[in-house]
Design a protein around this ligand. Structure first.
Ligand SMILES: Cc1ncc(COP(=O)(O)O)c(C=O)c1O
Length: 399
């Protein structure tokens, strides 16, 4: 006989199923790559992974992790400031700072943690954090956490709306520190933040600009240095947060990049640093090898960008209407949530895994399937996926 607590959870879960928002996990049994072995489905083309550069299965990246395991063991068994800091953390942090163009960086076990650390540690009661309306959930929660821990103020500006941001900055004139936070690339839209304008506004109103480049590191700019490189403003963003769990090897981990003082302050005071184990050395070693691979192989970024353009243009030719953009995130708007879910299911039966997103993850009436392209996709992979789009699109009378 389950308790009242269990009954409540079970009844909510049943409601999730009725509402069509229940998530069923798919189990993979091969490395992440352009094609994976999916339990019960066989080999499937993946258009839903953040493995933008294909580095999670790159031999040098795997070898570095294995060597790290032999050299440093399975984990740190400690937080950073006690005895959990390894030489590989220092090397990784130097490499991340070099990549994104800041004086220093500090690693975390996830970008979620890195984001959580920033406003809650660096702001106080006299300050304000101002966040883009479409920012990632980790930033939204980071602002809520900062408000509850430090009693700082919070505000949200309309997505990429500089006039609205300016109004919020004007209203916050009397605050000691104004911190503006934005995604570099917005993951549901595949759009890029208007960074030069944000830099200019933040300078004018003496605000600290924080950019979460999780979907831009390794992706944007000629060398994959992120949103700042895309716009030619490397070195002009105050703080960059990013993940090691997407283009940079795809394992896990994140970092904050900024001045030496910011990183030192976070080392001293950030609660996720002080009270949670450090990034495992094996993961740090693979991530370091990923950054070094990226630095040595900028052509991988070019391939990613070429693949994304190819896929986007062919989708348009087929009669789909992907959201316009320049990133390898290509959302195809379908309208109702049920249409996105149906499309995703039919695509999977054609051997292509592309995720459908509906309300409330995206606005009502703008349900979509979101394609994520990788440098590891071959033309064959992309053409096969496009053939599936054509077949399913016709079946559903979308094209
Ligand atoms: C913009 C953004 N920030 C942060 C994260 C969290 O990254 P991590 O998996 O390293 O916690 C994600 C992951 O989805 C993201 O898209």
């Amino acid at each position: 006989m389950s308790s009242q607590f269990e009954q409540r959870l079970e009844s909510d879960l049943e409601q999730f199923i009725r509402d069509g928002v229940y998530k069923r996990l798919t189990y993979l049994d091969s490395p992440q790559g352009p094609r994976v072995r999916m339990e019960g489905r066989g080999d499937v083309i993946i258009l839903s992974s953040n493995n933008y550069l294909g580095l999670s299965a790159e031999p040098a990246v795997i070898a570095a992790g294995k060597a790290g395991l032999d050299r440093w063991g399975a984990g740190t068994a400690s937080v950073r400031f006690i005895c959990g800091t390894y030489t590989v953390h220092r090397a990784l942090e130097a490499a991340c700072a070099r990549l994104v163009g800041t004086g220093a960086s500090l690693s975390f076990v996830s970008a979620w943690n890195a984001n959580e650390a920033v406003p809650a540690t660096l702001l106080g009661e006299q300050d304000i954090v101002i966040s883009d309306q479409l920012n990632h959930a980790s930033i939204i929660d980071a602002a809520r956490l900062a408000k509850s821990i430090t009693k700082c103020q919070t505000a949200v500006y309309k997505h990429a709306d500089l006039a609205d941001l300016e109004a919020k900055l004007v209203a916050a004139r009397d605050r000691r520190t104004r911190m503006v936070i934005t995604d570099g690339v917005f993951s549901m839209e595949g759009s890029i933040a208007p960074l030069p304008d944000l830099i200019e506004l933040c300078r004018r109103y003496d605000a600290v600009l924080v950019v979460d480049d999780s979907h831009a590191t390794g992706v944007l700019g000629r060398h994959g240095r992120g949103t700042a490189e895309h716009y030619g403003v490397v070195g002009e963003v105050d703080l960059i947060t990013s993940t090691l769990g997407k283009a940079l090897g795809g394992a896990a981990g994140g970092f904050v990049a900024g001045s030496a003082a910011v990183c030192d302050y976070l080392t001293q005071r950030a609660r996720p640093q002080l009270f949670s184990n450090a990034l495992p050395p094996t993961v740090a070693a693979s991530a370091l090898a990923s950054v070094e691979f990226l630095e040595a192989h900028p052509e991988r970024v070019t391939t990613l960008q070429t693949n994304a353009t190819y896929f986007r243009e062919r989708l348009l030719e087929l009669g789909f209407t992907p959201l316009p953009g320049e990133t390898p995130i290509i959302p195809v708007i379908l309208g109702e949530t049920s249409a996105a879910i149906r499309m995703s299911e039919l695509m999977l039966s054609e051997g292509v895994f592309v995720t459908g997103f509906g309300f409330p993850v995206v606005p009502q009436g703008q349900a979509r399937v979101r394609c994520q392209i990788s440098a590891a996709h071959t033309r064959d992979d992309l053409d096969q996926a496009l053939a599936a789009f054509r077949k399913v699109g016709r079946e559903l009378k979308l094209i």
